[in-house]
Ligand binder design. Structure first.
Ligand code: 4FV
Length: 211
């Protein structure tokens, strides 16, 4: 699952530049039975399978260092957002534990997790996608990853607001004109107009952000 999304564009460049050291670990390497078993049926019955505690405890205890933040990805986690992405970008080592099947044995959550994140209130087939989302959002905030022209300075959520409307050439398309303010060259006025637009759009589309 991880081959592809993290081997392209900005994330790929960050890895090649040594700004991000990303390793994917095979949980089955932390099993000792012939079938390399990582899952089993839930006690008390119920559908599906659960990730067993032993391989996860061995893997996390093997990979965890003093500065490590062990983060479970699951629908039960706190909602991941830009503020958390900024927080995680300041950490030295993140160990992301991706869910699979119906989830984890509860003892993993109780004993090993420093944090638990959800990327949204919906259920995915596995935790790899949430992990990629977190890796992508955090990596682009690492110093040196985004070039000047790709700055993360005044983008959506940077000031807790949605981004202001943006336009590029042509100045008129099918009778739709770019707002004159943006063609004025008056940067102080443009900055004010953009701040206004960001507030207006947030008020309309995401009033919860203003609260
Ligand atoms: C999920 C989420 C998520 C639940 C069962 C993986 C799936 C399967 N993770 N935010 N939403 N995980 O749906 O983080 O194991």
């Amino acid at each position: 699952m991880f081959a592809g999304p993290l081997d392209e564009s900005i994330i790929k460049r960050a890895r090649e530049a040594g700004l991000l050291d990303l390793k994917i670990h095979q949980l089955r390497d932390y099993t000792h039975d012939r079938h390399k078993t990582v899952d089993d049926r839930p006690f008390g019955g119920g559908p599906g399978m659960l990730l067993k505690p032993e391989p996860l405890f061995e893997a996390i205890e093997d990979l965890r260092r003093k500065s490590t933040r062990v983060i479970l990805l699951s629908p039960a986690g706190r909602k991941f957002d830009q503020a958390i992405a900024r927080e995680l970008a300041g950490q030295k080592h993140l160990l992301l534990v991706t869910g699979h099947y119906e989830g984890f044995d509860e003892r993993v959550r109780e004993k090993l997790a420093d944090d638990e994140l959800s990327i949204g209130d919906y259920v995915l087939t596995n935790g790899a996608l949430p992990a990629m989302v977190v890796i992508d959002a955090v990596t682009r905030l690492l110093p040196g990853v985004l070039g000047d022209d790709e700055s993360s300075r005044d983008e959506s959520f940077s000031a807790g607001l949605l981004e202001y409307p943006q336009y590029t050439r042509p100045a008129e398309f099918r009778g739709m004109k770019v707002p004159g303010m943006l063609l004025s060259g008056n940067h102080a006025e443009i900055k004010k107009w953009r701040a206004e637009q960001a507030k207006l759009r947030t008020k309309w589309q995401r009033p919860d952000l203003l609260k």
